[in-house]
Design a protein around this ligand. Structure first.
Ligand SMILES: [Zn+2]
Length: 375
């Protein structure tokens, strides 16, 4: 009864507004509507496992200038709960970003009935967009896979690799070579990629000047790339820069997803050094993207995370005996798994103000799609 009353009251409140909004718009109102800035290009950066404490490490541990997160004007927060659990995994959260729907943990681009749902790369490709995916995990790993594949389980790496060869992706850079060659099913997906106009390389160093008439794939490791603290170097920022040069060299708009994949792995390992070096690497990549966006004004940049990993706290170093040292931060973890904390969203460029507020993670997709307003 209470619910019925509430609904009835709500209807009475809403009806007058419906009528108001139906009246003919004045020319001033129309002018205002037209002036809503619309992005041309969209770059979505996802820090896998990156909560606010992880972001904060770039403020406290970066030595060469301020954190690049400080360059964003609009900040929001998202809830990342999936359709079947308060705490999401990367697959369900990646699918929420890529397809706009909440689904079950483990799902790649499919809904709760395991049916394929359109992802943003498929959506923008219909309007002539160029698209790219960059990661430091296998390119078939949950987050990047959500942007081009449809699989009932994130563990179906060979199926996901096959789907990459059939996807609309124009450029990809990451690891995962073993899922394309020497496969259990005996298929040669490297050859399949080449048959589909992809030039394939096994390191960034091998990559020649990129020709805008071709597609490119880099598979720089058998599975995930090594961590920064074990010698990955600047793969993520360099791959992102090369991808941006390639995409912007074409006379078409583009969508690019870049994942800082191993922030999550550092959290699972409860390894502070691993985590900070991955965050500084992601921060450097954000810096390159923001430099690009400043030179290419139609570019919307969004940075967010799929979930937090490790329950990271930036605690005072408790040391031995003398009590806590409040002038020394010691990364401290509370779990080896994911957590449900709200996650920060940073946005810059045309329409960035739409990303302020507190909302569900799948709204990122809807906000991007609404701003692009493609046919
Ligand atoms: Zn994740």
């Amino acid at each position: 009864m209470k619910k019925f009353l509430h609904t009835t009251v709500s209807l009475f409140l809403i009806i007058p507004f419906v009528f108001i909004s139906c009246k003919k718009k004045t020319s001033t109102e129309e002018a205002i509507t037209r002036e809503v800035p619309r992005p041309v290009n969209v770059i979505l950066l996802i820090g896998d496992g990156m909560g606010l404490a992880q972001v904060s490490t770039t403020v406290y541990f970066k030595k060469d200038g301020p954190s690049n997160f400080q360059r964003f004007e609009y900040i929001g927060l998202i809830n990342s709960s999936s359709a079947d659990a308060k705490i999401t995994d990367s697959a369900a959260s990646g699918t929420a970003f890529a397809c706009g729907e909440l689904t079950y943990n483990g799902a790649i681009g499919v809904d709760t009935a395991k049916q394929s749902i359109t992802n943003i790369i498929e959506y923008v490709s219909r309007s002539g967009y160029q698209t790219g995916v960059v990661a430091t995990s296998s390119i078939t790993h949950a987050t990047p896979a959500s942007f081009y594949a449809h699989a009932a389980s994130r563990n179906m790496n060979e199926l996901i690799a096959t789907q990459l060869t059939e996807s609309e992706v124009d450029v990809f850079m990451g690891g995962g070579r073993k899922f394309f060659e020497n496969r259990e099913d005996g298929e040669d997906m490297i050859q399949r990629l080449k048959d589909r106009n992809f030039n394939i390389y096994y390191s960034l160093e091998e990559l020649p000047a990129m020709d805008s008439g071709k597609k490119y794939g880099i598979l720089a490791a058998p599975d995930g790339l090594p961590p920064v603290y074990q010698g990955r170097g600047e793969f993520l920022s360099q791959a992102t820069e090369k991808t941006l040069n390639y995409l912007s060299g074409k006379q078409q708009p583009f969508f690019l997803m870049v994942e800082g994949s191993q922030i999550d792995w550092a959290g699972h390992e409860n390894n502070g050094e691993y985590l900070i070096t991955e965050m500084l690497d992601f921060d450097r990549t954000i810096g390159k993207v923001m430099d690009f966006a400043e030179k290419n004004p139609g570019t919307l940049v969004i940075v967010t995370a799929d979930h937090e990993t490790g329950g990271l706290a930036l605690s005072a170093n408790s040391g031995s005996g003398m009590g806590a040292n409040y002038d020394e931060i010691m990364p401290t973890f509370s779990t080896g798994g994911h957590t449900s904390t709200l996650l920060p969203v940073f946005a810059s460029g045309p329409g960035a103000e739409k990303f302020a507020g507190i909302y569900q993670n799948n709204q990122i997709y809807h906000k991007i799609v609404d701003l692009l307003s493609l046919e």
